[in-house]
Ligand binder design. Structure first.
Ligand SMILES: Nc1ncnc2c1ncn2[C@@H]1O[C@H](COP(=O)(O)OP(=O)(O)OP(=O)(O)O)[C@@H](O)[C@H]1O
Ligand SMILES: [Mg+2]
Length: 748
C-alpha cells in the first residue's frame, strides 16, 4: 500500500517536471505591435497594441522577445486591444513588433505549495487516503432511496467520498445542483469546484435557479468567486462579487468603473498619438486603480466569509488563501476528468465530504511533460487512479460510484453516434428527449434535421497554420460557420455554440462575432470557444468546425491522436437539438484512417443521409449578412467595383497565376494611383505590374482591399484545386484583414 505521504511526494515530482517542461518549451506566444515607452523608474513601463486579445492574468510574470533578445517582466494590465507591461530592462527604440511570452506555471507552483501544506495535516491526509482508495463499505441506507438526487444526498451524507459517473447529458450537473441546494437548506457549507470557469458558471446558475424556486435566497449566500465570469451567469448577476460590491459598497464600485473608463478613453487616444503628459496620466490612473483594487479585495474576503455556497475554479482555490484556508462541510468537484489527480486530492482535502463528478470519456487534463510521474499523475484522471473506471469497464459497480445512464440533452439523431461509438450502448436516451428537442431541429437552417455534415470538399485548399501559435486556421470554414450562426439566429435560434479543436480558429471566430454580431449577441447567447473550454456546457444549436483540410497532408493530432475520441465526444455532446459538423469529406477519406473516431463520425453521418454537399450552398444560404456576402465567383462586377474604390492597398493571393484572363488585368490597371498592389504568387506575372511582389503565396486565392474588405475564393481561376460551383465570399471585417496581414508579414 502506498502511503499518502508517498503519493504527495510523487505528485510534487510530477508538478515539478511539468513546471520544468513549461519553463523550457511551453510558452504561449502573443504578438504585440507599436510599442511605446511610458516611463522609467525601477522598471520600464511599456504600452503595446495587440491584434488579438490575450489570456494572461494581471500581475503574471512574462517575457518579451524581439529579434534574438529576451527580457523578463510583469503584466500590469491587458484588456481590449492593448497591454501595459513593466519590464526589467530597456528594450530599445524599434518597438514595431515584439512577442509576449507567458508560461502558465505559476498555477502549478501554487498547487505544489498546497500539497506541502497537506503533508503537514493528518486530517487532510486522511481525506485524501479515502479518495484514492475508496474501499470502505458504503454506509448510506440504500433502501430509503427515492430519486437519483435523493440517493446522492444520502450517499454524500453517510459516506466521505462519492464518485459520480455518467455520459454527457445524463444529468450529472443537474443532480449536483440539487444536492448542493439541499445541503444549503440544512445550513451546511458547500464549495463547488471545477477546472474551467464555464463549468462553474453552469453549475452555480443551476443551483441558484433550483434553490430560489424553493425559497428566497438572500444576496451573498451564494457566491460565484473569481473574475472570469461568462455568459452563463448573465441572468444570475446577484451571485457575483461585483454585484455585492455595487450593492454594499457602491462608492468603491463606482470609483473602479470611473477609473476603468478613464483609462479606456486615454488608451484610445494613445493608440493615435502619444505625449509625455498622456503617459504620466496613464501611470497615475494605474496607481489609483491598484489602490482601489486592493480595497475591493478586502471586501471580497468578507463576501467569501459570509457565503454558504461558493463556486470557483481549482486554480483560484489553490492560489487564494480565503478559499484554501477554509474548511467546508461538502466539496463538489464537477468535470473531474479535466482535473489533475493532485488537484482532485487538494479539493478533497478542503471538506469533510467530497463528491467527484465527471465522465472519464470526456477530455483529460492537459500536461506537456513526458516525465514518468507527470504521465501517471497529470495525464490520467482520478477515476482511473481510484479504480472506479476500471470497475465500470469490467461491468462492475463500485460501491461508491453513483451511475447515471439516461441522457436527456441530445436529440436522438445526435446521440445515436456517441451512444454507439463512444459509450458502446452503456447509455440510452430518455423517453421524452425526442419530443423535447424536435422543435429545435425543426428550425432553419436544414429544417427538420438534427444532424448535418456540411461537406466542403472541392471548395479549395483553405487549411493553414497560424504563423504565431502554430494552431490551425481555416477561413472558408470560418465564414461558413458564421453563415450558419446567422441563419440560425434569423430562424429564431437564441442559444448557439461554435466549437473547434484549434485555439486560433476559435479566437478568430470570437473576434468576428464581436465585430459583426454585437447587436445580435445582446439578445442571444452566441459563443465561440475551443472544445476544451466548452466541456460541461450545452447549447441548443452547435457548430463543430473541424478546420483541418487540404493542403495539410495529415490531420492534426487533436483530431486523430490518443485523446481524439474524448475531444470529438465533447464536441458532439454539447448539442441539444441541431448539430452541424463542417468538414472536407475528401480530406477525411484521403488522410484519416477508418478506425479514427473523426472518420467514423463522418462515415456515420454520410451513411445516415446527413451530408450536405457544396452544390447545395445556394439552397441553405437564405440571408446575406450586410458584411458577409456569398456569390458565384464568375460574377465579378462587385469585386471590380471594390478594386476601383481601393484607397490604400490591394493584396492578391494567386496560388495559380497563369490562368488569369485579360479582364483581371484591366480591372487591376484602373485602380487609383494611391492603391498599392501586392501580389502573392510563386511565378512572376509579366502582364500585371505590382508595387510589391512576394514569392511566398498562400494555398487559396483571395483579394484584400484596404486591409478590411476580403474576397475569399476570388479570383476563382487562381484556385489550386477546386471544383465547381465556384463560390466566393465578400467579408467586410477589420479583424479578418488584420489577421491575414499579420500572417503575410510573418511569412515574408
Ligand atoms: N432529472 C431531470 N429532469 C429533467 N431534466 C433533466 C434531468 N436531468 C438532466 N436534465 C436536463 O438534461 C440536460 C443535461 O443535463 P446536465 O447538464 O446535468 O448533464 P451532464 O451529465 O452534467 O452533462 P456533461 O457531461 O455534458 O456535463 C440539461 O438540460 C438538464 O436540465
Ligand atoms: Mg455537467
Amino acid at each position: 500500500m502506498t502511503s499518502t505521504i508517498t503519493y504527495i511526494r510523487n505528485w510534487q515530482k510530477a508538478i515539478l517536471a511539468e513546471i520544468l517542461h513549461l519553463k523550457k518549451y511551453g510558452s504561449s506566444r502573443y504578438l504585440m505591435l507599436n510599442g511605446q515607452l511610458l516611463s522609467k523608474s525601477d522598471s520600464y513601463t511599456y504600452f503595446f497594441d495587440i491584434p488579438a486579445p490575450i489570456n494572461v492574468p494581471k500581475g503574471a510574470t512574462i517575457k518579451v522577445e524581439w529579434g534574438t533578445k529576451k527580457v523578463e517582466g510583469r503584466i500590469l494590465s491587458a484588456e481590449g486591444n492593448n497591454v501595459i507591461l513593466a519590464l526589467e530592462e530597456d528594450i530599445g527604440i524599434d518597438l514595431t513588433e515584439a512577442q509576449l511570452l507567458h508560461d502558465p506555471w505559476e498555477l502549478l507552483d501554487q498547487l505544489y505549495e498546497r500539497l506541502e501544506d497537506i503533508r503537514e495535516s493528518k486530517r487532510k491526509r486522511a481525506r485524501i487516503k479515502k479518495l484514492l482508495d475508496p474501499s470502505m463499505p458504503a454506509n448510506h441506507p440504500a433502501d430509503k432511496v427515492k430519486t437519483p438526487s435523493h440517493e446522492l444526498i444520502l450517499r454524500s451524507k453517510y459516506n466521505p467520498v462519492t464518485y459520480i459517473w455518467g455520459p454527457p447529458g445524463t444529468g450529472k450537473t443537474y443532480t449536483l445542483a440539487r444536492v448542493a441546494a439541499n445541503k444549503y437548506f440544512k445550513d451546511q457549507s458547500v464549495l463547488i469546484l471545477a477546472h474551467s470557469n464555464q463549468a462553474i458558471d453552469v453549475l452555480m446558475a443551476e443551483i441558484s435557479t433550483f434553490a430560489s424556486s424553493k425559497r428566497k435566497i438572500e444576496d451573498g449566500e451564494f457566491l460565484r468567486y473569481g473574475s472570469q465570469i461568462g455568459p452563463a451567469l448573465i441572468d444570475h448577476q446577484s451571485l457575483t462579487a461585483d454585484f455585492l460590491l455595487q450593492k454594499d459598497h457602491s462608492n468603491l464600485s463606482e470609483k473602479k468603473a470611473a477609473l476603468f473608463e478613464e483609462r479606456r478613453l486615454l488608451k484610445k487616444d494613445l493608440s493615435r498619438s502619444f505625449s509625455k503628459r498622456d503617459s504620466d496620466q496613464l501611470i497615475e490612473i494605474e496607481k489609483k486603480l491598484s489602490g482601489i483594487l486592493e480595497k475591493i479585495k478586502k471586501r471580497e474576503i468578507e463576501f467569501v466569509k459570509n457565503a454558504c455556497v461558493i463556486g470557483t475554479t481549482l486554480a483560484k482555490a489553490a492560489s487564494d488563501p480565503v478559499i484554501y484556508e477554509k474548511d467546508f462541510d461538502l466539496v463538489i468537484l464537477d468535470e473531474a476528468s479535466m482535473a489533475y489527480v493532485p488537484q482532485a486530492a487538494f479539493a478533497a482535502s478542503l471538506g469533510k465530504r467530497v463528491i467527484i463528478c465527471g465522465d472519464f470519456k470526456q477530455l483529460p487534463p492537459i500536461a506537456a511533460s513526458r516525465h514518468k510521474m507527470a504521465e501517471k499523475w497529470l495525464r490520467e484522471d482520478i477515476f482511473h487512479h481510484s479504480g472506479v473506471s476500471a470497475a465500470v469497464n469490467n461491468g462492475h459497480l463500485h460501491p461508491h460510484l453513483f451511475l447515471l445512464k439516461e441522457q436527456r440533452r441530445m436529440h436522438p439523431e445526435i446521440s445515436a453516434f456517441s451512444n454507439k461509438h463512444i459509450y458502446h450502448s452503456l447509455v440510452g436516451d430518455h423517453k421524452d428527449v425526442l419530443e423535447a428537442r424536435a422543435s429545435i431541429a425543426a428550425r432553419v437552417p436544414f429544417p427538420g434535421r438534427a444532424s448535418i455534415l456540411l461537406n466542403t470538399a472541392g471548395s479549395g485548399h483553405y487549411g493553414m497554420k497560424d504563423g504565431n501559435s502554430n494552431s490551425r486556421i481555416n477561413l472558408w470554414n470560418l465564414l461558413l460557420s458564421f453563415q450558419l450562426i446567422h441563419e440560425t439566429f434569423l430562424g429564431g435560434g437564441r442559444s448557439i455554440g461554435y466549437v473547434t479543436p484549434y485555439r486560433a480558429q476559435a479566437l478568430l471566430m470570437e473576434q468576428l462575432l464581436s465585430e459583426l454580431y454585437e447587436k445580435e449577441r445582446a439578445e442571444a447567447d452566441i459563443i465561440a470557444a475551443t472544445v476544451h473550454r466548452f466541456q460541461g456546457s450545452e447549447r441548443e444549436v452547435m457548430i463543430f468546425d473541424a478546420a483541418d483540410s487540404f493542403p495539410h497532408e495529415r490531420a492534426g493530432m487533436l483530431l486523430t491522436g490518443k485523446d481524439s475520441e474524448k475531444l470529438l465526444n465533447v464536441a458532439i455532446t454539447r448539442t441539444k437539438g441541431k448539430f452541424m459538423h463542417i468538414c472536407d469529406l475528401d480530406f477525411i477519406q484521403k488522410h484519416v484512417y477508418k478506425n479514427k473516431i473523426w472518420r467514423q463520425l463522418a462515415d456515420h453521418q454520410l451513411q445516415n443521409g446527413q451530408a450536405v454537399d457544396p452544390e447545395q450552398i445556394g439552397r441553405w444560404i437564405k440571408n446575406q449578412h450586410a458584411r458577409l456576402q456569398w456569390m458565384h465567383a464568375r460574377k465579378r462586377e462587385k469585386v471590380y467595383m471594390d478594386l476601383s474604390n481601393a484607397q490604400k492597398e490591394i493584396v492578391i493571393s494567386l496560388p495559380v497565376s497563369d490562368k488569369l484572363d485579360k479582364e483581371w488585368e484591366e480591372a487591376l490597371s484602373v485602380r487609383s494611383a494611391q492603391a498599392k498592389l501586392t501580389l502573392l504568387t510563386k511565378n512572376n506575372l509579366p502582364s500585371i505590374k505590382p508595387d510589391r511582389a512576394l514569392l511566398e503565396s498562400l494555398s487559396f486565392p483571395f483579394i484584400l482591399i484596404d486591409g478590411k474588405v476580403l474576397w475569399l475564393g476570388m479570383p476563382a481561376e487562381a484556385h489550386k484545386n477546386a471544383m465547381p460551383p465556384y463560390v466566393a465570399a465578400r467579408l467586410d471585417s477589420a479583424a479578418a484583414g488584420t489577421f491575414l496581414k499579420t500572417q503575410l508579414n510573418q511569412r515574408n
